[in-house]
Design a protein around this ligand. Structure first.
Ligand SMILES: CC(C)(COP(=O)(O)OP(=O)(O)OC[C@H]1O[C@@H](n2cnc3c(N)ncnc32)[C@H](O)[C@@H]1OP(=O)(O)O)[C@@H](O)C(=O)NCCC(=O)NCCS
Length: 142
């Protein structure tokens, strides 16, 4: 992710559907968005593109090992793009030497839960609001 992605990522992360899926449904000002972008060098910020068009974002926090992601709200849902984006990300993270990926998924986010489970994430815990998933990356799997 670079400077030119800042605007569309800001608008996507404030979109109703993305806020509903994320841990906090608070709107983020552009100023705070930029501070996050400038000050979170421990977070890998990947932009997923198709036909040279940005279609989604994946964030991987190297301190906590949690990832988060979303497709641009304008992308057709259930067309298989989320699976492609995450499968490629798993390969990239493996190449980067990442050993574990964690995810916190809202209970009612059945799409993301199904996606994590089909990508080999295991149940690691649960709260009233969310399911915790974890995936170990070993040689030979991603
Ligand atoms: C989650 C998200 C990336 C999925 O992208 P997508 O392109 O719609 O998903 P895909 O078409 O690739 O579907 C992949 C898999 O997800 C699961 N899935 C998708 N929608 C589902 C639903 N409504 N119920 C259950 N499982 C579902 C299925 O396992 C599906 O695999 P299948 O098509 O082989 O059955 C996308 O919906 C998104 O950006 N959502 C908002 C943000 C978000 O929820 N982020 C995750 C926060 S933890």
């Amino acid at each position: 992710m670079c400077e030119r992605d800042l605007r569309w990522v800001h608008s996507a992360r404030n979109h109703d559907t993305i806020r509903a899926a994320s841990g906090s449904d608070k709107r983020i000002s552009f100023r705070d968005h930029r501070i996050w972008f400038d000050c979170s060098d421990f977070v890998d910020k990947l932009v997923f593109t198709e036909d040279e068009k940005a279609k989604g974002v994946i964030l991987y926090d190297r301190r906590s090992n949690y990832w988060g992601f979303y497709l641009r709200p304008s992308v057709n849902p259930h067309a298989g793009l989320g699976r492609v984006m995450l499968s490629l990300t798993l390969l990239w993270l493996k190449r980067e030497g990442v050993k574990v990926i964690k995810a916190e998924v809202k209970r009612e986010n059945y799409g993301s839960r199904g996606l994590h489970e089909s990508l080999g994430f295991k149940l690691a815990g649960a709260t009233e609001l969310a399911i915790e998933y974890e995936k170990e990356i070993k040689d030979g799997n991603a």
